[in-house]
Design a protein around this ligand. Structure first.
Ligand SMILES: [Zn+2]
Length: 425
């Protein structure tokens, strides 16, 4: 009996010490740190991390796995800083708010999460939903479902009638008067409580709607909707909990207040003045362009009945301007954090954004860096994500062509690894 125990012990030790390594033989590798495209490298993955990068094509021991990516271009897993993982555009979306329960949203979200990962986005920053997003993050982290690593704002913070007021456009008897718990704030006190409530609920960061927005059932798409004191209170309280703050903003005054108030990222930034661009540079704030969403809402607004009537003029006014604002901000030196607003268009098409950024004048390599090293830094994950470097988490994706030559290859991700596990090959 004693012998058998020893035998089993030895077997178990041997089994674990000889965990398989994965050797990825890569024709091209994008070095996001230097902005160079390297050729003929082998990335060695041990467990959930990259253990080394070797010159040429190497293989490991008998038990190790070798994967041939010799005719592919390999890069770090992509990070999208603006998605809404719980939902997706469709003409009935406005009705669903009054018919669907959280469980219904959760089943949809499981599908969206998987699609996002398969499109090469191994990490996403979710900028607002019902709270299902927090449960989704946990389920993915625990390996119960397949999806990207999620950093989520939980529920958006807004003011009464503002872009993130969940009851806009509803019948009086159904809507009540939501307060800070539900994410609606109207004072400095409310602002602090709302941030603390997000912490209690399990959010990772804070999202505010600094101005009106296109898809809310309300008249203005660009008016300022918070006082600067409220924004300051949100940002200061958020800091106490290690949160950064993202601000949805189309109008210039609202985004000016947001930047002065201390937000880290401006989402969309549609009507940004040169003065505000300079302010962003001074305050080390980043623009998250969401060009794909701008194009999508413009297109959908032309389909009769797709959106409620109050939304159509806003979509046709704001949607077409987003790409040009991105161009101007980029040229003026504003930091750019890749983000798409997926959910406003179909999940999984996030890679289109690269083409739109390049079309507006950003070199492909910089667009890829904005989706890797820049975004990792904003998420305080710059020592774990965004680079193919020894010691970093093994989030690795591949495309058929070299994106610095052919950017639309980013819409067709052919290999996906997250934390050393292969999801697509
Ligand atoms: Zn959004």
């Amino acid at each position: 009996m004693q012998k058998l125990h020893i035998l089993i012990f030895v077997f178990v030790c041997t089994f674990f010490s000889q965990a398989q390594d994965i050797y990825l033989q890569c024709g091209k590798v994008i070095d996001t740190k230097t902005g160079k495209v390297l050729t003929e490298k082998t990335i060695v993955v041990s467990g959930n991390k990259i253990s080394k990068i070797q010159d040429g094509y190497t293989t490991g021991k008998k038990d190790d796995t070798t994967i041939d990516l010799k005719n592919k271009t390999v890069m770090p897993g992509l990070i999208d800083m603006h998605v809404h993982i719980e939902g997706e555009t469709n003409p009935k979306a406005y009705l669903k708010r009054y018919t669907d329960n959280e469980a219904d949203l959760a089943f949809d979200a499981v599908g969206f999460a998987k699609i996002s990962l398969m499109a090469g986005f191994t990490t996403v920053r979710d900028l607002g939903g019902s709270g299902v997003n927090i449960a989704l993050r946990k389920a993915i982290a625990q390996g119960k479902i397949v999806g990207p690593r999620v950093f989520t704002a939980g529920k958006i913070l807004s003011t009464t009638g503002g872009h993130g007021d969940p009851t806009n456009g509803g019948k009086k008897s159904l809507i009540g008067d939501p307060g800070p718990k539900e994410g609606v704030v109207n004072s400095v006190e409310d602002a602090r409580k709302a941030v603390r409530q997000r912490y209690k609920n399990g959010a990772d960061l804070i999202k505010i709607t600094a101005t009106g927005g296109v898809l809310s059932v309300a008249k203005s798409g660009s008016n300022p909707q918070f006082t600067i004191e409220e924004i300051k209170a949100i940002c200061e309280t958020a800091k106490d909990y290690g949160f950064h703050v993202a601000a949805h903003a189309h109008g210039d005054e609202g985004m000016r207040r947001a930047v002065l108030g201390g937000v880290k990222t401006i989402e969309h930034g549609t009507l940004m003045s040169e003065k505000t661009m300079d302010l962003m540079k001074q305050h080390d704030a980043y623009l998250v362009p969401t060009i794909t969403a701008g194009k999508e809402v413009t297109e959908k607004a032309r389909i009769d009945g797709y959106y409620p009537a109050i939304i159509v003029p806003k979509a046709l006014d704001i949607g077409p301007k987003i790409q040009n604002t991105f161009k101007k901000a980029y040229e003026r030196g504003v930091g750019i954090a890749f983000g798409t607003d997926a959910g406003v268009f179909k999940h999984g098409q996030n890679g289109k954004e690269f083409g739109f950024m390049v079309e507006a004048g950003m070199p492909a390599i910089e667009a890829i860096q904005s989706a890797t090293t820049t975004n990792a830094k904003i998420l305080n994950m710059e020592n774990e994500l965004g680079q193919i470097t020894a010691g970093f988490l093994a989030d690795i994706v591949a495309v058929n062509d070299d994106p610095t030559q052919k950017i639309d290859t980013m819409e067709n991700i052919v290999f996906v690894m997250k934390e050393g596990k292969i999801y697509k090959q």
